[in-house]
Design a protein around this ligand. Sequence first.
Ligand code: NAD
Ligand code: ZN
Ligand code: ZN
Length: 337
Amino acid sequence: MKAAVVESFTAPLVVEDRPVPEPAGRQVLVRMETSGLCHTDVHAAHGDWPVKPGPPFVPGHEGVGIVEAAGERVRHLSVGDRIAVPWLGSACGRCDFCVSGRETLCLEQANTGYSVDGTHAEYALADGDYVMPVPEGIDPLDAAPLTCAGLTTYQAVKVSGACPGSRVLVSGIGGLGHLALQYARISGAETVAVDITDEKLALARELGAGHVLDARTQDVADEVRRLGGADAAICLAVSDESFLAACRALRRNGTLVLVALPAGGSLERPVSETVLDARTVTGSVVGTRQDLAEVFRLHRLGRTRVLRETRRLEDVNLAIDELMSGRMTARIVFDLR
Ligand code: NAD
Ligand code: ZN
Ligand code: ZN
């Protein structure tokens, strides 16, 4: 099978032939139809974060495909089912986080395309208990970005407390941001979208953002404060500077939701500001299997639009360049059919 492989943190990915793996126990073998390119794949390939993956490995955690074979302990899935393979590859299923709807915090989790081989390949192994059936009627090319970009921002918007009458800033209208904007609108909030490329600013307008700000030419915090300040800001841009601007855009009692993970990223603010303005600064990491089921349901109901462009797996390095330029439509997905 063809697979895109990170051989080292300093070299481009290599598309190579690997043997098709065999499922055992609770695993399924998935014949991938498509796999979305998340900015996290680039962080993984560059070894950007303190806990690093071990090359050689296959990145990719927005995988959608068909169950081709199953281990002897898989009961609830059948050969031929269409499933999604998310970032949370598996968890212990027993700890307090796992049993209380916070499985994404499990200390024993495995992460697809990071600690275990991922979905930028013609086949992938996945834990059958942590994959999600893709409902009939959803295009697999849409299901892929929903599996991380959709899931993560669905959860982040919930964490932000977005509701009718609130004002929510979405910073970074890329793969994650274009869906965050839609979930914030579904929640009834007034939305403010921020980006730094003409393409993404146009996309924000097309998706119905209430206000669109260009961080290259406008002072985001000043502009948002002129509107009365943001009740919540969701940080999806891979930039410390954008975190600072989002934080300064908050009104009193506002919530800053950190989602993007720049290499070595940090946010320094005076304690007095957090205390006297009664701010909340929180992180949000992907979402649960239940969240993903809800994300698929909303899409099935026609409430969300996934904007994506297809590329061949052989062009993985070009696709990464495009992602880093911020010029393409919201998400690139590899067509593996
Ligand atoms: P992306 O590259 O598609 O989107 C980032 C967007 O930010 C781009 O549109 C870019 O133009 C814009 N941007 C860059 N600088 C900006 C600035 N100063 N102000 C405003 N916008 C700016 O990336 P993505 O796939 O959406 O991922 C975003 C980040 O989220 C990555 O760091 C990724 O690793 C992280 N992520 C986190 C989670 C989680 O669970 N916390 C899940 C998935 C991805
Ligand atoms: Zn992702
Ligand atoms: Zn656990």
